[in-house]
Write a protein that binds this ligand. Sequence first.
Ligand code: SAM
Ligand code: SF4
Length: 316
Amino acid sequence: MTDNFTREINYARISLTDKCNFRCLYCMPECGIEKKQHSDIVSLDNIFDIIKALSELGIKKVRFTGGEPLVRNGAVDLMKKVRDEIPAIKDICITTNGVLLPQYAKELSEIGINGLNISIDSFDPEKYSFITRGGKLDDALKGFKCAKDAGIENIKINAVLLKGINDGSIREFADFGLNNNTEVRFIELMPFSFGNSYDKYGITSKEVIENNSLIKTERDTFTNNTEYYQFSDGAEVGFIRPISNKFCSKCNRIRITADGKMLLCLHRTDEVDLKGSFGKFDELKGLLCEGIKNKPEGHDLCGGNLQTRAMNRIGG
Ligand code: SAM
Ligand code: SF4
């Protein structure tokens, strides 16, 4: 279906939990998260109903995210149920920090998931541990290898650009991509109101592209909000540029949070509370439909209007 700005909305990012086994410095406050009551978190059955209703409204792709989606018990069973019972969802994808993939990669491959984004912000173990506040690079690399060995298709590496931490390592990322036949994409760091060190670590893709003398790849690849650039020998990396090349006019997505809200824009606080409609499928579908229509035109990060939820409570 289309929203009031004639954008076709066909993609939903579903947060399975706001919990995480990491505490990335740009994503959640150092003290961690406020503990939620079990009853505040949407059950997997209700998440299934939300996805079913969304599929009837024209959503064709879902991405499971979080927090860390794979820490939620039953996450993989839910993905299998969506695959088996909602054929209108053509693409089932996951964004993960990767460390639980040794446990789940085989099952995910059997389900036939269509895409796996693994977040790795540095190939230097110390920097990786600093960014994730204690994570081990080796665990993420093991996860990547297990996913490859299990035959999962369309694996990408995502890295948030962090000034002074990884902006000098673009070539290293490109080489990792080349050596592993994997796409690597950089995401511009986005500010959040909890104070995620944006002033200290924020850097635009533009600066990084210039500093590395990258050349724009000549093909239309904007479908995943990604622009591709190359080194002179052809090694390619992608950039997702919510700050320096705002792509709201092409936005095709909505988000469902782990506490049962539909969030219409990553950086807007407008939410639709779905909880009262659980168990009443037509009412749920009606709320989702109304929400999609009223998706706001775009974010206003440059005007200083920041999201009050931290990223782990949204489903990035
Ligand atoms: N835990 C999983 C992971 O890390 O991939 C999934 C959830 S995480 C919130 C999803 C994506 O959001 C990750 O790639 C992460 O790097 C990115 N992210 C989190 N906070 C961000 C921020 N402030 N700016 C840009 N990207 C951010
Ligand atoms: Fe966890 Fe992902 Fe946020 Fe890092 S970016 S704290 S791994 S949810």
